[in-house]
Design a protein around this ligand. Structure first.
Ligand code: GLN
Length: 405
């Protein structure tokens, strides 16, 4: 059972049929808490620091390229596993950035966001009854994706505030049913960028026990400290690693739904079949626009993006600390997992709801990132992929809220 925010998820009779009419596989997880908090924020006209999407424009070059593609009538299905231009841009990127030799014809699948990528990969590689190791705190999709694949998620809790991954604790979870380890770096929600030693530990465990590694690298370009290590480039890992990423975060286009998978050819055959029957393909004109962005935006774009996020990170961290939250600046991605225990004795859900309705700022309750709700009960997660003015306005509201507490 995924421990998920039951008090926020009051069933709506018309929307939620009796359990007997619904498949068992849907019973052990709730709807997305992150997206639910976006709806709650709207209801209370609160500043939405819950769901990770930017409130600033995408690069003009991308928008123009998307319009140009539509004007040129790129309006029909793309090749199921991705347009040639985007697959070529991806192979170029993985080659030049990470030294990986990627075959555009046999090793790339373009999906509807990294979200579809993850579920397609699990459905294609994990058998019913298998176990999938998920590091905790986690991004909320991994557990349900395993359940949809009729597998069992097995959680490895990493301890605050360092959230370090230790080989012994990882290895202790491996059984003869373990099929895969899911690793998200830079990490949502902790902001950890796992270092070389930690990734080497994952590589060693995968090789020793013949496991797959499924890496979610959607924040690969959003890095403030450390270095992004690609597990697939570690010795002996290319043939057992599936690399998931996408353009949503890199180009601030979360609604375009363009995700990517790099996997060995034999796994890609299965992944493409699942992807084909799930969605046929990702939006054709938007794939073309992403290819243009990948080909034409140079280092100055990536540096500018990170600099922008670095400034936003400082604004949010200072505002949270000034209001009485305990938190550390993340090393990567754009989330802050903040401890509110100096502000309130409430549980995370009650606190998040009250902060949204009374304080006018919406976070995500911490329990949605943990398998056992009590582990997240003193945390809420805030995003800082928002304009500086949005973050400053949120900071003012947080201070007012804290002063009334
Ligand atoms: N990844 C983003 C987050 O964690 C958006 C999640 C979603 O709604 N797909 O907030």
């Amino acid at each position: 059972m995924m421990g998920r925010l039951n008090s926020l998820s009051q069933p709506v009779p018309a929307m939620t049929p009796a359990p007997t009419r619904t498949a068992h596989r849907t019973h052990s997880f709730t709807e997305s808490v992150i997206r639910e908090m976006t709806r709650v924020a709207r209801e209370h006209d609160a500043i939405n620091l819950a769901q990770g999407f930017p409130d600033f424009p995408a690069p003009a070059l991308l928008k123009e390229a998307a319009c140009a593609a539509i004007r040129a009538d790129v309006n029909q299905y793309a090749i199921t596993w991705g347009t040639p231009n985007l697959r070529k841009a991806l192979a170029d990127k993985y080659g030049s950035l990470y030294g990986m030799d990627v075959d555009t014809e046999r090793e790339i699948t373009v999906t509807c966001g990294a979200t579809e990528a993850m579920v397609a990969v699990m459905l294609a590689t994990v058998n019913p009854g298998d176990e999938v190791i998920v590091l905790e705190p986690f991004y909320e999709n991994y557990g349900p994706d395993a359940v949809l694949s009729q597998a069992t998620p097995v959680f490895l809790p990493l301890e605050a505030p360092d959230y370090r991954l230790e080989r012994d604790r990882l290895e202790a979870l491996v059984t003869d049913r373990t099929r895969a380890i899911v690793l998200n770096t830079p990490n949502n929600p902790t902001g950890r960028v796992f270092d070389r030693e930690e990734l080497q530990a994952v590589a060693d465990v995968c090789r020793e026990h013949d496991l797959l590694a499924i890496t979610d690298e959607i924040y690969e370009h959003i890095l403030y400290e450390g270095q992004h290590h690609v597990l697939a480039t570690f010795e002996g890992m290319r043939e057992r690693t599936i690399v998931i990423s996408g353009l949503s975060k890199t180009f601030s286009v979360t609604g375009w739904r363009v995700g990517t998978i790099i996997a060995p050819a034999d796994l890609t055959v299965a992944i493409r079949k699942v992807h084909d029957f799930l969605t046929v393909g990702a939006p054709a004109p938007l794939q073309e626009a992403c290819a243009v962005g990948m080909n034409e935006l140079g280092p100055e774009y990536y540096e500018g993006m990170v600099q922008g996020y670095r400034e936003r990170r400082e604004v949010l961290i200072s505002a949270l600390r000034a209001a009485g939250f305990k938190c550390a600046p993340p090393q990567g991605a754009y989330y802050v997992l903040a401890d509110f225990s100096d502000l309130s004795d409430e549980d995370d859900t009650t606190f998040a709801k009250r902060l949204t309705s009374q304080g006018g700022v919406a976070p995500v309750p911490g329990s949605s990132f943990f398998s056992r709700p009590e582990r997240g009960s003193k945390f809420v997660r805030f995003v800082f992929c928002k304009q500086i003015e949005t973050l400053r306005a949120a900071g003012e509201r947080l201070r007012t809220f804290a002063s009334l507490a």
